[in-house]
Write a protein that binds this ligand. Structure first.
Ligand SMILES: CC(C)(COP(=O)(O)OP(=O)(O)OC[C@H]1O[C@@H](n2cnc3c(N)ncnc32)[C@H](O)[C@@H]1OP(=O)(O)O)[C@@H](O)C(=O)NCCC(=O)NCCS
Length: 241
């Protein structure tokens, strides 16, 4: 299946894929990458990280090719000053946006037209030292909400908070230059994902929506979009795509 894919104006497409690919397919994927991407792949110390990067980038190119009617190898990226990859040449109006996240051998991609978005995926590790990470990166409000929960709920709430915050900073395109303790997201079990408050950045919480994505067992994932009115569709990428 290599046909083009249409993306409506209020639509967000979320694709999920496994990065565990056969060795022979990795060589095929590598041919889709540019010399600088191949160099980046070669800089990974471990073969597995190298294979994951090649696979994740080749799937991204394949999907972008189908959305924008280009050959995957012809797609050119540019990077903003915070490292976010964007399409160098926009052939559609409103412009085509994408973001991706990988963790634990899985990858998630999100695509939109004109709607700023960010996505984050994390494999949950039950023995993570979440208290130290939360105290370092979360806001005071988030830390106190987290520690008010019963112990058995804390690891999952920690990952809910983490992925919601990361998805939001990725949508803002600013990486870690947007201080993580300057905005609050929900984290309590059963509470819908939402941006509760934000200091400065000329942002209004009412313009933003957060969506938890339950796409892989044992993972947490979140999509952040600057829109109140979207329809999300979910797709699974496999080698027939
Ligand atoms: C960009 C950033 C958010 C990457 O996050 P990450 O969790 O390491 O990695 P993810 O897999 O989720 O995302 C990586 C992808 O995001 C994209 N990306 C890179 N810079 C980005 C930016 N500034 N904004 C949005 N997306 C970005 C890229 O496509 C990248 O994949 P690629 O390198 O294969 O192309 C980075 O700022 C970071 O290091 N965050 C860690 C923050 C942290 O310590 N949080 C603690 C808990 S809240």
């Amino acid at each position: 299946m290599n046909s083009s894919i249409r993306l409506g104006l209020n639509a967000i497409h979320v694709w999920r894929a496994s990065l565990e690919i056969k060795k022979k397919d990795i060589q095929v994927f590598k041919r889709l990458l540019t010399p600088d991407e191949k160099e980046r792949a070669d800089r990974f110390c471990f073969e597995k990280d190298q294979a994951n990067f090649i696979t994740g980038r080749a799937i991204l190119r394949t999907l972008l090719g189908r959305y924008t009617n280009q050959s995957p190898a012809d797609i050119k990226f540019k990077y903003n000053s915070y490292g976010k990859p964007l399409l160098k040449k926009q052939v559609q109006s409103p412009p085509f946006n994408f973001n991706l996240s990988h963790s634990g051998g899985k990858v998630l991609y999100a695509f939109s037209r004109g709607i700023p978005l960010g996505i984050d995926l994390e494999k949950m590790k039950p023995d993570i030292d979440f208290a130290a990470i939360a105290q370092r990166f979360f806001s005071h409000g988030e830390v106190s909400s987290l520690f008010s929960l019963k112990k058995s709920d804390r690891v999952e709430a920690f990952y809910a908070c983490w992925t919601r915050k990361e998805a939001f900073i990725k949508a803002m395109e600013m990486g870690l230059s947007l201080e993580l303790d300057k905005f609050n997201v929900s984290l309590r079990p059963g509470e819908p994902a939402r941006l509760i408050s934000i200091k400065s950045q000329n942002q209004n919480t009412r313009n933003w929506s957060l969506y938890d994505l339950n796409v892989f067992r044992g993972f947490k994932a979140c999509l952040a979009v600057r829109s109140r009115n979207i329809i999300i569709s979910y797709y699974l990428w496999d080698s027939t795509c």
